[in-house]
Design a protein around this ligand. Sequence first.
Ligand code: MG
Length: 161
Amino acid sequence: MQLRIGNGYDIHRLVPGRALILGGERLQHPEGLGLDGHSDADVLVHALMDALLGALSLGDIGLHFPPDDERWRGADSLVLLEQVAALVRREGWQVVNVDSVVVAERPKLKPHVPAMRAAIATRLGVAPEQVGVKATTNEQLGPTGREEGIACHAVALLMQP
Ligand code: MG
């Protein structure tokens, strides 16, 4: 059996007038802020896709879904995740597990974590137990601490039987 590990990171700006979508869930920020980006700016799903692609040295989401391509304007990142999962399968690999940590001061993510895990697991074709989603604040330090953005770190482990 062969194993591969990949890591991913992403950050998007918090701005007024945008939706706040994390792990496919639409959340409500207390100041009405959302994440800016070409797609739906789902930073959690973006970090996961980069971890999956990184595990197989297949580049990054910028390569597969270029931000200057109009096809991906406002794209549902879960649909892109499904495409990355299909690519992983085509290459002959299976997802062992993925794990992630979202760095956000607000809103509280914990109540939404089960729904995020379920949505991600469905698109990956794995069980929710194989999908880790954790949340932390940055203790008001740095850009995420000042709520200038929300960031996410992710890892993916793949196996080839
Ligand atoms: Mg991104």
